[in-house]
Ligand binder design. Sequence first.
Ligand code: GLV
Length: 326
Amino acid sequence: MKPFVYITRKVPDEIYARLAKVYKVEMWPEEDKAVPREILLEKASVANALLTVISDQIDEELFSCASNLKVVANMAVGFDNIDLEKASRFGVAVCNTPEVLTDTTADLTFALLLATARRMTEASEFVKDGKWTSWAPMMLVGTDVHHKKIGIVGMGKIGTAVAKRAAGFDMEILYHNRRRHEVAEEMLGAQYREFDELLEEADFVVCLAPLNDDTRGMFQRKHFQKMKKEAIFINASRGPIINEQALLDALEAGEIAAAGLDVFDQEPISKNHPFLAMKNVVALPHIGSASKETRLAMMTMCCDNIDAVFEERPPRTLVNKDVLQF
Ligand code: GLV
């Protein structure tokens, strides 16, 4: 009997067809709506593999009813939606999609930084709303990016790729990370700072740390208060790393100048979220890795990982290396 693969979100035909050649495949057919929890649990209870996205909660409840499940291939580099310890306990391999999305996500992060500093979404709305009636010296002025100080919190692969882009803009590069990054220090002149020092010095604070027990709620009000009043905060990793209310309060009180956010505490955010009324907030719908090429590469990596498991090889990007299957 062919293994059963359940895909939790509509994927392009070529990805579906590739899996359907080898497996029995079913897919949640909607692109803009997450699979309802009860359907996810029902499918997981009979699936041998799940191809998941970051909004799927893959937890103990799911593993306990998924007795035939061998692999969860998560289409993301982050895997905070999956309880890894339980996955290993239930003997389920968990895979992610690192590296293929590094440059694409770094491009978006830097674009978000530029858009926030130069008020690009506000300016575009201004033109589209027919408000552009003349040229004025101080119309929609933003702040420079070049030759400023960027402070990267989380100097992993994406953080380093953002630092490379910052070097091209002649920025001074500060970073904070669990471990020193000697290569970035040597190649890009990146300078290590303690967290508080980085907050105090940087003109742009860019959060790219993974969400885990150490980073959840890492940015509280006092951290925004340490930043310069002109500082711009960018978050392209995960919403829960910041206390969202603290960021709102800091923006409202003018403790920082602006924020560019690709990620939020609850995604999607509601239509009346206070961020949406703030001109100095650029809000994007978690599109860091969203280029056609990269999304296809991520899905292909998920398929490769599923193949590996059913061919009894360790998947290339296995996250829970303590799982006993291999
Ligand atoms: C997206 O947020 C990812 O983790 O790949």
